[in-house]
Write a protein that binds this ligand. Structure first.
Ligand SMILES: [Zn+2]
Ligand SMILES: [Zn+2]
Length: 275
């Protein structure tokens, strides 16, 4: 089975192309499933905050259009590829009720939770973090990630590697970071939430080989050691990026004895052989 379970659409306002181009691209690659997981808007911000901060998600009123468009395409492409409807949702501790109000109104195949901002530090995107003291930020990031999987609201924890792509961690504290990753993988396992293996994280690790530690490799080793469940996603914001570097990524998964992943239908997880 080849499936890409993290694909964006123009609904979020910062992804290129048309939805059908993403689908065509997945078909061309020989994928059997494509899972759209576009950004839900920033449901946790007040009206005033919404004016002040960038919303990387779709407009609230577009969510139903997004879902109905995907449901039409599911039928149109039924004999070529299975299209799955998902969302990439910012997890914000304490805003679960607000999220549930939205989730109650939509029917999804799967959902990804991602930590893109840490309100204790800033409402800005993590990539804009300017502070020098990175350890408390890391601690908070992994705390939020564990809290997200414990909420039981999500199918998969998105790109856990996100933080080290943007904020460097002091190398002398390496062991502490490995513990944080390991504890988060265990929390996901205990709460039956998948860990997402994100192709952008893989590519970042290839491009930043000078680092003494390959954190992406460590992440995969720990997934393997704990027998934790995974999903795989490209995080494509451009049709040409669907399934990007999957052949190499899959080789790396196999090298780590990871040979199965989860796919989803109406919230139900199905274990599938990768490749
Ligand atoms: Zn994301
Ligand atoms: Zn994404």
């Amino acid at each position: 089975m080849l499936a890409d379970y993290h694909v964006h659409t123009p609904y979020c306002g910062h992804a290129k192309g048309k939805i059908i181009q993403y689908i065509e691209s997945a078909i061309q690659f020989g994928f059997q499933e494509i899972g759209f997981a576009d950004h839900l808007g920033r449901y946790y911000l007040s009206q005033t905050q919404k004016k002040r901060y960038w919303d990387w998600g779709m407009n609230e009123r577009d969510i139903f259009r997004y879902i109905s468009e995907l449901s039409d395409l599911k039928e149109i492409y039924a004999d070529q590829i299975a299209i799955k409807t998902g969302l990439e949702i910012d997890y914000i501790e304490g805003a679960e009720e607000l999220l549930l109000r939205i989730l109650d109104q939509v029917s999804l195949d799967f959902s990804i939770c991602s930590i893109h901002c840490l309100p204790r530090f800033s409402w800005e995107h993590l990539s804009d973090y300017k502070g020098k003291n990175t350890i408390p930020v890391y601690k908070e990031y992994f705390h939020q990630a564990r809290s997200a999987v414990k909420s039981g609201l999500f199918s998969s924890l998105g790109h856990l590697d996100y933080i080290w792509r943007y904020i460097a961690f002091p190398e002398e504290k390496h062991d502490e970071l490995v513990d944080e990753i390991n504890n988060t993988i265990n929390a996901a396992l205990q709460n039956q939430t998948c860990l997402e293996v994100n192709a952008n994280g893989y590519l970042w690790s290839r491009a930043n080989k000078n680092n003494r530690y390959n954190l992406f490799e460590i992440f995969l080793e720990l997934i393997s050691k704990n027998h934790a469940p995974i999903t795989i996603g490209s995080d494509a914001h451009d049709p040409s990026m669907v399934g990007k570097s999957f052949p190499n990524l899959i080789k790396m998964l196999y090298k780590n004895n990871i040979s199965s992943m989860y796919c989803f239908s109406e919230g139900k997880a199905q274990l599938q052989q990768i490749g």
